[in-house]
Design a protein around this ligand. Structure first.
Ligand SMILES: CC(C)(COP(=O)(O)OP(=O)(O)OC[C@H]1O[C@@H](n2cnc3c(N)ncnc32)[C@H](O)[C@@H]1OP(=O)(O)O)[C@@H](O)C(=O)NCCC(=O)NCCS
Length: 311
């Protein structure tokens, strides 16, 4: 048994992304009493609909009205005979169609859509554990939501407060932190680290070993090649509490080549192409190809390479 101290609460405006593209679709499930329940039918639409989802889950479990959608208990884990080595927190919504590997851990309040797959050793809803000097928010987090058909691969960790859209995949040993949102159909590759407060749109591909720094935005249909590093702090920790970290913005359908490094706050324009190994220190205009250290514009992305030619 494991005890954890994280408490959860309904989402607040600060945890609601400005632009959201994915979420658990309604999936009929069977309650302990044999009745059926439905999770939020919308994509990760608004903080309000998310609160409704969480309230519905608590209602399904017969939580008293005083619960009001807030998770206030300690997150105790208990063994379950549903799969070998499975540990479950309280009030987990786990439809019968979810496929589970061995030694999966699912923390309290997690909402999982139908036909999700959770592979060996994955941890869903892990309470945050911040370093003593971390400036990241310590506010209570809502439970994790996994959409229908989501795959969380072996050894992956999804921290409390994250949301993964329908059909998305989180690769082996990948890590998705608190308040981050991953859109429908996106793929987070093996060993990718998605930091806190990241917004990732739909159909995004982030390949093996990337670091997506906190407060970044990755729009729909972006391609991020293996080993790309996004950064958000030019002071490398030498700053006061008022300092704002600046993540990157990757606009729709841009492509970032293997091993590229983006310095804090840069924006890669729509359909732009960053060559392998580039160090991007300034915004990249839409449809430009940039190369080198520091990255310079060398040409435009040709018409025949635009995404619309491939869809
Ligand atoms: C940009 C890229 C496509 C090559 O473009 P290209 O136009 O075919 O390159 P060329 O071979 O014609 O080289 C053109 C010039 O750019 C240089 N160059 C090519 N790629 C470069 C790169 N990544 N960085 C810096 N310079 C590069 C070449 O040395 C050459 O310079 P020169 O004119 O002084 O000789 C390739 O370097 C790249 O980044 N591919 C991305 C691979 C990737 O990350 N895939 C992800 C999935 S695995």
């Amino acid at each position: 048994m494991t005890r954890a101290s994280t408490r959860t609460s309904p989402p607040t405006a600060s945890t609601s992304p400005a632009r959201e593209t994915a979420g658990p679709r309604g999936c009929p499930t069977t309650s302990p009493s044999g009745s059926s329940a439905r999770t939020s039918p919308s994509a990760f639409a608004t903080g309000r609909s998310r609160a409704r989802t969480v309230r519905a889950v608590f209602a399904w479990y017969g939580c008293s009205s005083s619960c009001n959608g807030h998770w206030t208990g300690a997150t105790v884990l208990r063994p379950s005979d549903r799969a070998p080595g499975l540990l479950l927190g309280d009030h987990v919504l786990l439809p019968p169609t979810v496929e589970l590997g061995g030694n999966v851990v699912i923390h309290a309040g997690t909402v999982i859509g139908g036909e999700a797959r959770i592979q060996d050793g994955a941890v869903i809803g892990k309470p945050i554990a911040l370093g003593p000097h971390s400036g990241a928010s310590r506010d209570p987090l809502p439970p994790v939501e996994l959409g229908s058909g989501v795959t969380v691969c072996a050894g992956a960790v999804v921290v409390a407060g994250a949301r993964i859209g329908d059909g998305a995949m989180v690769g082996d040993q990948a890590h998705v932190r608190e308040r981050s949102v991953i859109g429908a159909g996106s793929v987070i590759g093996r060993g990718v680290a998605v930091d806190n407060d990241v917004r990732i749109g739909a159909r995004v591909k982030i390949q093996t070993g990337c670091y997506i720094t906190a407060f970044s935005t990755v729009e729909d249909d972006v391609f991020v090649a293996p080993g790309v590093t996004l950064t958000n702090d030019n002071t490398m920790g030498r700053h006061g509490p008022a300092h704002q970290l600046r993540g990157a913005t990757l606009r729709r359908a841009c492509r970032v080549g293997g091993g590229a490094v983006l310095t804090p706050g840069v924006e890669i324009g729509e359909e732009a192409f960053v060559a392998a190994g580039a160090v991007v220190i300034a915004d990249v205009p839409a449809r430009s190809v940039v190369m080198g250290v520091p990255a310079r514009v060398v040409r435009d992305v040709p018409e025949e390479d635009l995404l619309e030619r491939f869809s």
